[in-house]
Structure formats: C-alpha cells, structure tokens
Design a protein around this ligand. Sequence first.
Ligand SMILES: [Zn+2]
Length: 275
Amino acid sequence: MPEIPDLEAIREYFNERIVGVEITQAEGLIPHVIRTGAADFAATLTGNRFGTTLRQGKFLLMPLADERILVVNPMLTGRFQYVEPKQKKYAKTCFVLTFENGKQLRYSDALLMGKIYVVAPEQLATLPVFGEMGPDALAVSEEEFRARIKKHPGQIKNVLTNQKFLAGLGNAYSDEILFEARLDPFRKRSTMNDDDIGRLYAAIHKVFDRSIPILRDHFRDELDYQEWREHLKIHRKGAPPGAAKDEGRCPRCGLHISEISPNQRITSWCRNCQK
Ligand SMILES: [Zn+2]
C-alpha cells in the first residue's frame, strides 16, 4: 500500500514534470474505479492542465486549471506510471492521460480497490473516508498529537493506523515508527507515559525524514511505481521458513524479528527492543 513517503515522492515527481502541461487525451478505462463517472472524467480532463499536486493522508489531490480536483486514493494496489506511450500497459490500467509532451500518466490497480474522483473543492469533505480523516501525520504538531492520542486507549499500532486519529499511516510505516520508538505494537496506549508519547512523535519524523529522500531518488527517472521497501528496518524483514540462521535479525540487537499476521496484515517487531 502506498503510504506517506511513497505518495510524497510521487507528488514531487509530478510537480517537477506535469504542472501546466496540457492533457491532450484522457481515457477512463475501468469505469467503476472512477467514482464520479468515466465520461465526466474524460470530458473534464481533456484539454485541462494540472496545478501543484497535494497530499492529504493517503489521498493525492491533483488540482486542475478549471478549479476542479482529480482525487486519487490508491488503497492497497494503486500504481502510477509516467512513461512513453509505447511502454506496455498493465492489465488493470484504470486511466490514461496523454500530455502534449507525448508522455502518459497511467494509473493501474490490480485489486481495483482504489477510488478516483473529479470534484469541486467544496465536495472534498463529502468523499468517503476523506471527510473523517484526522490531521496528516506529517503535518500534525506535537501538541495536537499528544492531545488527540489521549482519546485512543487501545493497542498502539491500531491507534497509529486509524485514519480518524492521524491520516496517512499504514501497516508498513507504523511498524517502522514503533521500532524507532522502541514500543511494542501490541502495547496499550493507556499504559504509555508522556516520554513514550514524545518518543513516538519524534519517531514519525525520523522515519519519514529518512524514507522520503530514498523514495525520491528511486523515482528520479521513469516513474513505474512498484512498492519500494528495501530501506525498511523491521517491516517484513523476518526470516522466511528455511532461511539461514543469520537472516531476519533485528538491526539493533541481533535477535530474531517476530512476525504475526492477524487479519492478513503482517506486523513485524523485535520482542527484545520494543517494550
Ligand atoms: Zn532488537
């Protein structure tokens, strides 16, 4: 699932390349993903131009010259490509935008769970999930973070990934943040003291400050986005069955990384370093 670092890097990539460039052709290929209608999508985007792409939580907001906004929520498997038209299209390509510079921006989605809208700015708050999101995890102040987290007593990983608490954190980066903060993902927030909460807030910025430049470099040339997770320290870094003895160890203490996957969502952590 694309999370804040992925979407920040993609957003910057777009802003360096497509701002003000005319869209000469717009095709909505898989209508049900385009919630506001494929015909309206094509009619609105053809001949239009993007302004500066913004991000709120896991939504990309791509404002258009006519003041409407293309909103993309890629969910689990939404992927972007910015390529030459001759490059092969993915099977589940939902839309293709062709620009006057000859390049194409494509969005594909293997599970078709992503959601795309073209809306006026005042309609944003009515979109599912969007209107109920908490402040963005990258923008929230420490004071607001401390105040909001008091209302969530449950297991800390569930709190972090609750979009109503904070927008933008998903399964992978919440594991990284909890590893950085040395907090057990299953620990109840109600057992955490002020120091723990401060360490957690600092860890969000440490993890993002390290990850965003790595992804930015990764997308420098051609954007053909597949999940890039090499730089993560703990999430899905456990040893697979039959791995060598030195694989899957905590980069901090050297013990084996623990992994469980309730509800098919893998949580990885170190039982020694994270209390
Ligand atoms: Zn450890």
